[in-house]
Design a protein around this ligand. Structure first.
Ligand SMILES: [Zn+2]
Length: 74
């Protein structure tokens, strides 16, 4: 994948977490009292029960990480 900022080839890797990784339009203020409707966020990671993982691409020069959430980890 080419970096959307500089156009150079990005390094393929993964973004991982102990919990599912999601995109949201609003920051969670309190995990124990969810204040965000489910339609305002969507899950990026797969394997969410054992090792939440997203395929991602990194450009060190621009300090950007791009997640293509159509691409699922094996
Ligand atoms: Zn770049």
């Amino acid at each position: 994948m080419k970096c959307p900022c500089c156009g150079k080839e990005m390094v393929k890797g993964v973004v991982q977490s102990v919990r599912k990784i999601f995109f949201t339009t609003k920051e969670h203020k309190n995990w124990f009292l969810p204040d965000i409707a489910l339609e305002d966020e969507f899950t990026l990671s797969s394997h969410n029960w054992i090792r939440p993982t997203c395929i991602a691409y990194h450009c060190a020069e621009c300090e950007k990480v791009v997640i293509d959430y159509r691409e699922k980890a094996e």
